[in-house]
Write a protein that binds this ligand. Structure first.
Ligand SMILES: C[S@@+](CC[C@H](N)C(=O)[O-])C[C@H]1O[C@@H](n2cnc3c(N)ncnc32)[C@H](O)[C@@H]1O
Length: 294
């Protein structure tokens, strides 16, 4: 499933998230920038802070944090993906900020590479959805934060949108070819079993509880839902090459796994015009959570 021997996390962030389409990548980044800014605002970063960005990916939050720091401030980028950490190192070299960056291979629920009270700020964007043991991750955030340190999180709440209405696929109404749509959805469910998947094993109240159980104080949460009766129009080829997250196939791969050539033709006949016209419903929920280490 991976390209250029990249690990699946790097392959998704750098390629499959936007179907390898430059315009779609630009749209994704335009969507993410205000989210980054809110996460960093909630973190109340001081100029000389040490910031730990957990699940740093290709550095959206971490390099954004660096821009808010003085020459004395530092950012620690942690991730489970060696390839994304390497990419972060490359970007840091290019930006000539490598002396203020540290790269650590670690899972969000095991930050043993970092001492207790090691950082002033922990940021986390769209990472806990991939972590099965979320309570332990919160305990690790608390452990590595110095007293008075700040935690700032953004996470999608995917359970809000599950299960999707029958006959729909990715928000498009395919009731005319409902059986085919359900076959494709079954492929996604096989790759990402809903009863065992960390993306679906929590909601906003759980996150609040985990923060309190880890003895964070001054806990704030904003829960936001957006239901829009139109989607961004997308080129069909881009749609085919896109996957909604790193653990599942692209739409094209899922269609090929589930359907015969003739069924692919029928599904394409229904779905392609909807994708190209943006005629679908976009539904999503997410939270911003921020708190202080007591
Ligand atoms: C959706 S990306 C978000 C990347 C980055 N935080 C951002 O805002 O662009 C999810 C990131 O979480 C990382 N990840 C997945 N499982 C993880 C885990 N158990 N611990 C830490 N990071 C993880 C992936 O490698 C990937 O970089």
């Amino acid at each position: 499933m991976t390209r250029d021997n990249q690990d699946p996390w790097a392959d998704w962030i750098l390629e499959r998230r936007h179907g390898g389409d430059t315009e779609q990548r630009r749209r994704t980044l335009a969507y993410l920038r205000p989210i980054r800014d809110r996460v960093l605002d909630h973190a109340q970063i001081d100029a000389d802070d040490v910031v730990l960005d957990v699940g740093a990916g290709d550095g959206l939050i971490g390099f954004g944090a660096l821009d808010r720091l003085s020459d004395q401030g530092r950012v620690i980028f942690s991730d489970v993906s060696t390839d994304l950490l390497d990419r972060g190192r490359m970007i840091a070299d290019e930006l000539d900020v490598a002396d203020r960056c540290q790269f650590v291979e670690a899972s969000a629920n095991d930050l043993a590479a970092l001492d207790d009270d090691a950082v002033d700020v922990v940021t986390v964007r769209s990472v806990l959805i991939y972590v099965a043991d979320k309570p332990r991750a919160f305990r690790e955030f608390r452990r590595v934060l110095r007293p008075g340190g700040r935690l700032s999180i953004f996470e999608p709440i995917n359970s809000f949108n599950y299960p999707a209405p029958p006959g729909t696929l990715a928000g498009y109404d395919l009731t005319a070819v409902r059986d085919l749509a359900e076959k494709v959805k079954a492929v996604f469910a096989r790759h990402q079993p809903p009863d065992a998947d960390p993306m679906l094993n929590f909601d906003e109240r759980d996150l609040l509880q985990y923060a309190q159980d880890a003895e964070f104080s001054d806990v704030h949460m904003r829960y936001e839902v957006d239901i829009e009766v139109a989607k961004e129009p997308m080129a069909w080829e881009t749609f085919l090459r896109t996957s909604a997250n790193p653990t599942i196939p692209t739409f094209e791969e899922a269609m090929r796994e589930a359907l015969t050539e003739s069924e692919i033709g029928q599904l394409t006949h229904q779905l392609k015009p909807l994708v190209e016209a943006g005629q679908g419903v976009s539904r999503g929920a997410h939270v911003y959570l921020w708190a202080r280490s007591a």
